[in-house]
Design a binder for this molecule. Structure first.
Ligand code: BG6
Length: 475
């Protein structure tokens, strides 16, 4: 339940994020009774009134919520209001009359407007917490590189204290992400082997068949490294690698994550090619359909060198992880929708087995195509020899009847309730940029390697692999 008389203001309320993700999440929270009494104010430049905005929301819900129920919408609709205006303090000041003492402002805006919006709200006095609270949710990406992230932080801190800022990374609201830590810490047999003595490598993959999907304006400036690795995959990486926190506490958890990032061995500028690979898709065939290359997509400049695939190898120079490579990769228009965190244990001594000895065990946290846990173990192959064969223990993560929340539902509720555990502290963002700075610097020049749409990615990604390692196939 959110505190009574809370107002959620969405800036950018007529945009795509609101339509596809925020509105459905709010609807579901309403349907489950979490948001009774919440007031929702949409704010954007379109000169709409309350009724027009409500119509827009309803259309979005009918499109994106399969279980849409008009009676839930009726309850929600009664709490919805709309104000039009730009980000100037004088227009934003109109929000003062629409919010009470408890307000959460959600910046569902293009990234280059985050600073302006935070400043505008501040200048309009909407940051001041006399009683109650004023909070600001900021979407990713937070900055375009280290310098711009620092500048954005300074700009925001002029009006907002760090405790008022909720930097969202929606992967932190996903069930499987949270389960990474829970599964590791809840099972006695894992922690003793969760280190370089027993783990050989970790692979974190997020592969999509989707292309840029009309997001060219943002995507062509961002690219895969900034869109997926700097934030989402880096977060998954810290959750695998961190030292176990002893209590569930926002600051302790985030402290431990930052410690991992600070332990990453810096990539020296002349080593970038050994640690990072970029690719861009060309025309190819995806599930039997011909699809165009990135440069043929609408609005993409024909000379664009934006990467649509990025892979990275990181080492964590601490006692727990010394020498263990963490491989991260993500790409658009790959052959499958496939996402997982896969942990490979070192091989056992194999002399005992003769032919067909066991290889390493994999423990896999998979999110796509469905959420499940998988453990690859080796057992005796029935017969007269000591040959081994692999047994795969697979457990679907959700059981029938489980209630789960989507990432945006969970994070919206957390922000409304003031829980910052699943939001990023500035130093997490900062260190993630620091790690990538040399790569971003090197990639200003040269070209990404081509890979056909529908493939596993650029062939060159193989060069990141340490001896004896290979990328896992996408499904
Ligand atoms: C977003 C990226 O943050 O995450 C997208 O900008 C990507 O490019 C998306 O498709 C993936 O998230 P999800 O929730 O669909 O797994």
């Amino acid at each position: 339940q959110v505190p009574a008389e809370t107002t959620l203001v969405i800036l950018g309320a007529t945009g795509d994020l609101t339509r596809r993700l925020l509105a459905p999440a709010l609807y579901r929270l309403w349907a489950r009774g979490h948001l009774e009494g919440l007031r929702l104010v949409g704010y954007a430049t379109s000169e709409w009134d309350d009724a027009r905005f409500a119509q827009h929301l309803e259309a979005a819900l009918r499109e994106f919520v399969p279980e849409f129920d008009p009676s839930v919408w009726e309850r929600m609709r009664g709490q919805v209001q709309y104000l039009s205006g730009d980000l100037s303090p004088s227009r934003l000041a109109a929000l003062r009359g629409a919010v009470g003492t408890k307000a959460l402002f959600y910046l569902a805006l293009p990234p280059d407007l985050f600073g302006l919006a935070a400043e505008g709200l501040g200048q309009a006095g909407l940051n001041q917490e006399a009683q109650g609270f004023r909070r600001l949710v900021v979407e990713k990406p937070f900055g375009h590189d280290l310098t711009s992230a620092e500048a954005l932080r300074t700009q925001m801190h002029r009006y907002w204290r760090e405790e008022q800022l909720f930097r969202i990374d929606h992967f932190l609201g996903k069930e499987t992400t949270q389960n990474l830590l829970v599964f590791r810490l809840a099972n006695r047999f894992l922690e003793p082997v969760w280190n370089a003595q027993h783990i050989a490598q970790v692979q974190i993959t997020y592969a999509e068949t989707l292309g840029v999907e009309g997001r060219w304006r943002y995507y062509d400036r961002a690219g895969a490294l900034r869109d997926m690795l700097q934030n989402h995959l880096m977060q998954l990486f810290t959750l695998v690698a961190l030292e176990p926190p002893s209590v569930w506490d926002a600051d302790i958890l985030r402290e431990h994550k930052v410690e991992v990032l600070r332990s990453v061995r810096p990539i020296s500028p002349n080593q970038v090619d050994a640690h990072a690979v970029r690719g861009q898709y060309i025309a190819g065939s995806l599930r039997g359909q011909r699809v165009p290359g990135y440069l043929q997509e609408a609005h993409i400049p024909p000379s664009s060198t934006t990467e649509t695939f990025a892979a990275l190898k990181l080492y964590v120079d601490n006692w727990r992880w010394r020498g263990v490579p963490f491989y991260l990769r993500s790409g658009k228009r790959l052959g499958a929708d496939y996402a997982e965190v896969a942990i490979a244990f070192r091989e056992v001594p194999t002399r005992f087995f003769g032919e067909a000895p066991p290889q390493h065990n994999w423990l896999v946290f998979r999110t796509r195509p469905e959420e499940c846990l998988e453990l690859w173990a080796w057992a005796k192959e029935p017969g007269l020899s000591l040959r081994t064969h692999s047994l795969v223990f697979e457990a679907p993560y959700q059981r029938p009847g489980d209630t789960s929340y989507t990432a945006y539902e969970q994070l919206l509720l957390d922000a409304l309730q003031g829980d910052r555990t699943h939001f990023l502290r500035f130093d997490e963002v900062e260190w993630a940029w620091r790690i990538l700075e040399p790569v971003l610097g090197a990639w200003v020049q040269g070209q990404p390697e081509s890979y056909p749409a529908g493939s596993e990615g650029p062939v060159g990604m193989g060069r990141l692999m340490d001896e004896g390692h290979a990328w896992r196939p996408l499904g």
